[in-house]
Design a binder for this molecule. Structure first.
Ligand SMILES: [Zn+2]
Length: 349
């Protein structure tokens, strides 16, 4: 048999073997046999010595072509076989769910963030624009301009975090933003200010030294207590569902007059009484009232004009604790759960 005939035979056998390999292991066997370092093709190349000089160029060309053809045939057979692990194991079902311990952790927004987003959505639909203010404040914005007198107990260091060496403080309420917005804009305006506030309270199930409030302010001609009531009614129904009722109880805040504490009918029992509402049928949400004319006058002093003339403009304001809202919304009885980053809790709400 001549060199070229034998090469042709080798070529045919190798192609047949690659084509017949049923899995990656069989294909690898065929590769070692024909293309490996000690395989048939390498051994065959040594036979070039026997080829007469005149035929060498032709033989060399044929050998190279056969080699390239077999490498390509092997690559094609390998691609058809798929990856070795998948080909040798059971068929991969990409739709099968992973066992729980192998599933990737999927993040989600914190329940307080989700509550703020819901409040922004509800009040945004009623025309309120979101505004922000600084968390480090001065006494004027946190107290004076909100009509809180110098001898008021909330100005004590037991009730407010004063920063060392200055009269700067961490704001104890988001009402500061009311003053800041009115200083920089003329009426009418309708804004909400969600944000973090600070008080040196001992941490327990219903208190924390850092918590969140949302402040609302609406100033226009002819705004009345009825507008406040109507706005809060719509807001509460959006938050807790249709049929939720609103109740005002007379109260006092330095920056509103008249002032009210606002309750909603208990979202857990609908008002019949349960342990969430301690049997009363009502849950407390926050404070509200008509903007005290003294606040408008303080804003005018800071502005140096009479833009907020209390004879022309009236307004209402309200403030709610966001943690309290989230607790009512999700039936949570301990505020500390929001702060502990315990995934067993966070995954549930
Ligand atoms: Zn109840």
């Amino acid at each position: 048999m001549s060199f070229l005939d034998d090469l042709q035979t080798l070529r045919t056998e190798a192609l047949a073997a690659f084509g017949a390999a049923k899995d990656a292991a069989a294909l690898e066997q065929a590769r070692i046999r024909f293309l490996g370092a000690k395989g048939s093709l390498k051994a065959f190349a040594k036979r070039m010595k026997e080829v007469p000089p005149a035929e060498k160029p032709q033989a060399g060309k044929q050998l190279n072509e056969a080699s390239a053809e077999l490498e390509a045939a092997f690559a094609a057979a390998q691609a058809a076989c798929g990856k070795p692990a998948a080909a040798s194991g059971p068929k991969l079902d990409v739709t099968e769910p992973l066992p729980p311990e192998q599933r990737p952790e999927i993040g989600r927004r914190h329940p307080l963030t989700r509550t703020v987003d819901r409040l922004r959505e509800l009040l945004g639909a009623l025309g309120f624009e979101v505004v922000e203010g600084p968390e480090v404040e001065d006494e004027r914005h946190n107290f004076d301009d909100l009509n809180i007198p110098a001898d008021h107990p909330s100005r004590d260091s037991f009730d407010t975090f004063f920063l060392d060496g200055s009269r700067a403080l961490l704001r104890s309420q988001t009402s500061t933003v009311q003053v800041r917005v009115m200083e920089s804009r003329k009426p009418p305006l309708r804004v909400i200010a969600p944000g973090r506030v600070y008080r040196p309270d001992k941490i327990d199930a219903t208190h924390a030294s850092t918590f969140h409030q949302i402040e609302g302010l609406y100033v226009d001609r002819g705004v009345s207590m009825a507008d406040l009531r109507g706005t809060l009614q719509l807001f509460v129904e959006g938050l807790f569902g249709a049929g939720t009722r609103v109740r005002f109880r007379p109260s006092f805040f330095p920056f509103t007059e008249p002032s009210a504490e606002m309750d909603a009918s208990c979202p857990a029992c609908g008002g019949s009484g349960c342990n969430v509402c301690k049997g009363t049928g009502w849950v407390e949400l926050g404070g509200c009232g008509m903007v005290d004319p003294n606040v408008f006058l303080a804003v005018n002093r800071a502005r140096g004009d009479n833009a907020y003339d209390p004879e022309v403009w009236t307004g209402f304001a309200f403030g709610f604790g966001i943690e309290r809202m989230a607790m009512r919304r999700h039936g949570i009885d301990d505020l500390r759960l929001f702060l502990e980053n315990d995934l067993r809790f966070l995954r549930q709400v």
